[in-house]
Design a protein around this ligand. Structure first.
Ligand code: CAA
Length: 285
C-alpha cells in the first residue's frame, strides 16, 4: 500500500525552499517551513507572499485560494517542528558538510519511516544519505527555479533507495501537479548537466567580448525560443549557486565545459551575485 503524505517539512526557505513550500501548500498539504533564525524565516515568508501575490495578479490563484495556501504553511526556527512530517525536503545551502549535519539531525528527530529528501542541484544524494541511519529512505527531489511555475522535479535515486520510496515520491510529485523524472545520482543530474555547460559557455563568450550581454540573451530568446537568455537566467539562479554547481560537476566530470568561467568567479568575489544582490550581468532596482 502506498504511503499517504499529509504533512511536508521544508528545511531552508531561500528562493528554492520557499518555492517548494508554496507548491505543496497550493496542492492542499500542510507544510512546516524551517529556517535558522527569525530574519531568514521572515525573508522566506516574504518570498512565498510575493510569489503568491504574483500568482493572483496573473490569474493563477484567487485571493481566497491564496489565503488558504498561506494558512497551510507554518513557520519555525526549531528543526524539531518537522518531527511529525511524512516527508522532509532539505533545501539549505549547497555545502555537503551542512547538508550532512542537517540530515544527521533529521534522522534523529523524525519517525523511522519518514522519507528524507534533498533538493540539492548537484551534490551526491548518496553521500548525503550515508549521514543517516536510513539511506534507503533518502532520495533527491530536485525542483527548478521558480518552483511554483516550472513543473519538472528530478527524482534522484541512489543504489540503495527502496523502490517503494521512489514510487511514493513520484506519486506525491504528480499529486501536486508536477512532472517527475526518475534518474540516477550523477553530478548535475540531467537538466543541470546540459543547462550549465550552455550557461558557462555564454559567460565565456561574454568574457571574450564576442557579443554584448543583450545580443547573447536576444540570440537565445528570439532565435531559439528560450523564455530567458543565458545571462539573465544566471542572474535569476544566482551566480554563486551557478558557480557551485559548475564546480561540483567539473570535479566529477573533468569536462572542460563545466570548468567555471573566470569572470563568474570574479563577479562573485565583487559581490555581484545576480538579482538577489541587485547586480549581476544586469542591474536590478
Ligand atoms: N504560481 C503559479 N503561477 C505563477 C506564479 C506562482 N507563484 N508566479 C507566476 N506565475 C505564472 C504567471 O501567472 C505567468 O503565467 P502566464 O505565462 O500564463 O501569464 C507565468 O508564471 C510567468 O510569470 P511572470 O509573467 O511573472 O514572469 P515571466 O513571464 O517573465 O516568466 C519565468 C518568468 C517563469 C522565470 C520565465 O522567464 C522562465 O521560465 N525562465 C526560465 C527559468 C529557468 O530556466 N529556470 C531553471 C533554472 S535552473 C534551476 O532552477 C536548477 C537549479 O538547480 C539551479
Amino acid at each position: 500500500m502506498s504511503r499517504e503524505f499529509r504533512q511536508v517539512g521544508v528545511v531552508g526557505l531561500g528562493i528554492h525552499g520557499a518555492g517548494v513550500a508554496e507548491v505543496f501548500a497550493r496542492a492542499g498539504l500542510a507544510v512546516v517551513g524551517v529556517e535558522v533564525d527569525e530574519r531568514s524565516l521572515e525573508h522566506g515568508r516574504g518570498l512565498v507572499e510575493n510569489s503568491t501575490e504574483r500568482a493572483v495578479a496573473g490569474g493563477k490563484l484567487t485571493a481566497g485560494e491564496r489565503t488558504a495556501l498561506l494558512d497551510r504553511i507554518s513557520y519555525t526556527t526549531d528543526l524539531t517542528g518537522v518531527s511529525e512530517c511524512d516527508i522532509v525536503i532539505e533545501a539549505v545551502t549547497e555545502h555537503l558538510e551542512l547538508k550532512a549535519k542537517v540530515f544527521g539531525e533529521l534522522d534523529r528527530i523524525t519517525r523511522p519511516q519518514t522519507i528524507l529528501a534533498t533538493n540539492t542541484s548537484s551534490l551526491s544524494v548518496t553521500e548525503i544519505s550515508v549521514h543517516t541511519g536510513r539511506p534507503e529512505r533518502v532520495i533527491g527531489t530536485h525542483f527548478f527555479n521558480p518552483a511554483p511555475v516550472l513543473k519538472l522535479v528530478e527524482v534522484v535515486r541512489t543504489v540503495v533507495t527502496e523502490p517503494a520510496v521512489i514510487t511514493d515520491v513520484v506519486g506525491l510529485i504528480e499529486q501536486v501537479g508536477n512532472t517527475a523524472l526518475v534518474i540516477g545520482d550523477r553530478a548535475g543530474f540531467l537538466s543541470n548537466s546540459l543547462l550549465f555547460s550552455y550557461l558557462n559557455h555564454a559567460v565565456l563568450m561574454y568574457e571574450q567580448r564576442y557579443a554584448t550581454r543583450e545580443d547573447l540573451d536576444a540570440a537565445m530568446r528570439y532565435g531559439c525560443g528560450y523564455p530567458m537568455g543565458p545571462l539573465a537566467l544566471l542572474d535569476l539562479i544566482g551566480l554563486d549557486i551557478a558557480s557551485e554547481i559548475l564546480d561540483t560537476m567539473y570535479k566529477q566530470s573533468r569536462d572542460r565545459l563545466h570548468a567555471p568561467a573566470p569572470l563568474l568567479k570574479q563577479m562573485i568575489t565583487a559581490g555581484q551575485l545576480g538579482r538577489k544582490s541587485g547586480k549581476g550581468f544586469y542591474t536590478y532596482e
